[in-house]
Write a protein that binds this ligand. Structure first.
Ligand SMILES: *Cc1c(COP(=O)(O)O)cnc(C)c1O
Length: 386
């Protein structure tokens, strides 16, 4: 059995045309002298790594970025040969694998680079130097450390410095003071480097959309490639409209009438106030539809309906206006008619950020990839070897 089919009546739809459009808009915004690095870590924020990567590359992305080595290897295993930057720490013992697979690693301390060199066995390592300008995660913090790493690279001909970058902590906030402080720090720390010959990048989506002065010659485009605003407060500042790519759907698998006074689901927390129709849907918290969403709304026939009782591991219930047929489509994220439930709405219900929502929808939910409205591919990780 291969992973291009599924039987369960729950699936996510990934609109690759929306991703393509968001990338083309961003490329137009940053101009042709700035490279776009498509950030496809975490299975492309839950959307599907290889499918998003291929869409991004054909829309003109120059490079891909992932969080760690295994994610990069997963892309290589799916036939992707484009340059890939690994943003997080790679164990020094694993750098030979990176070199063999032509993956670009992040050198974030001289201790790390010194430890890595012996494991290369002479193979050529491509790396970007990471500056910690105020995020406090990984990276060099002083000019001396930068000079030392440059010296180290110059003394090993198999160490190739291909880029330098930093990451902003507050680029999505209206107050720009901390952002400016980081930008100044970055510019100061990199002034000894051959900036015309390497990739220099500081911007995530938020900075790339807002701050032309932080573009340098590449931008790391993540959340907004998927059509989501980096924050609520940035929504009014977006230079072009974004199109959300991720929607989530299920179907009614059982419909019945319950009598006034009957209760629904674990804890019997919902009790019918009158005789009413109830539908059961095959989705639950093991799919990432978290229990905290109990009582939230779904779309059926273009109308918002309230879910009833606690969300179970694999199922949940919804009150219906009438006896709807089994098989009726239910949209948990997305549009039906004039109504839309956005990822931002779900994030707000969960007191979190939109980034978390598609990442949280587990691999148990098959992904259906659409282009111009047609199904291109289905990925069901339960029935697949990749
Ligand atoms: C995740 C990540 C990004 C992408 O950020 P978005 O806000 O999603 O655009 C860029 N750079 C680094 C270092 C990251 O970890």
């Amino acid at each position: 059995m291969i992973g291009n089919s599924f039987y369960r009546d729950t699936w996510a739809e990934i609109d690759l045309s929306a991703i393509e459009e968001n990338i083309l808009s961003m490329k137009h915004h940053i101009g042709s002298s700035v490279d776009l690095i498509a950030v496809v870590k975490a299975n492309a924020y839950g959307h599907g790594d290889a499918q998003v990567a291929n869409t991004a590359l054909s829309a003109g992305a120059a490079m891909l970025a992932v969080a760690f080595l295994d994610e990069a290897l997963a892309l290589r295993n799916q036939g992707i040969t484009a340059p890939i930057l690994i943003l997080g720490a790679v164990p020094p013992e694993a750098v030979k694998t990176c070199a063999d697979q032509k993956l670009t690693v992040t050198a974030y301390s001289n201790e790390w680079l010194n430890a890595a060199v012996p494991y290369l066995e002479g193979a050529t390592l491509l790396f970007h130097m990471k500056i910690d300008s105020g995020m406090g995660r990984i990276g060099l913090k002083t000019e001396n450390e930068v000079l030392e790493m440059t010296r180290l690279a110059n003394s090993h001909e198999n160490l190739h410095l291909k880029g330098v970058y930093t990451h902003f902590a507050t680029a999505d906030e209206l107050d720009t003071a901390y952002f400016q402080k980081q930008l100044t720090c970055f510019k100061t720390l990199i002034r000894s480097l051959p900036l015309d010959d390497i990739l220099v990048h500081s911007s995530n989506s938020a900075a790339g959309l807002r701050h032309k002065d932080s573009l340098f010659n590449a931008v790391r485009f993540g959340i907004s490639m998927y059509g989501l605003s980096p924050s609520e407060e940035m929504k009014s500042l977006l230079p072009f409209p974004l199109r959300q790519a991720f929607t989530l759907h299920t179907k009614l698998v059982h419909v019945k009438k319950i009598a006034k006074g009957e209760s629904v689901s674990y804890g019997a927390t919902y009790t019918a106030k009158q005789d009413e129709w109830l539908g059961t849907m095959p989705i639950g918290y093991a799919d990432g539809w978290l229990r905290k969403l109990s009582g939230s709304e779904v779309l059926i026939d273009g109308i918002r309906q309230k879910t009833a009782g606690r969300i179970c591991m694999d199922q949940m219930m919804v009150t219906l206006p009438e006896a709807l047929p089994v098989g009726t489509k239910v949209t948990l994220i997305g549009t039906q008619g004039d109504e839309m439930i956005t990822i931002d709405e779900i994030a707000s219900r969960l007191d979190t950020i939109n980034y978390e929502i598609p990442c949280t929808i587990t691999s148990r939910v098959p992904r259906m990839f659409l282009k111009n409205g047609s199904i291109m591919e289905i990925r069901n990780s339960l029935l697949s070897d990749v």
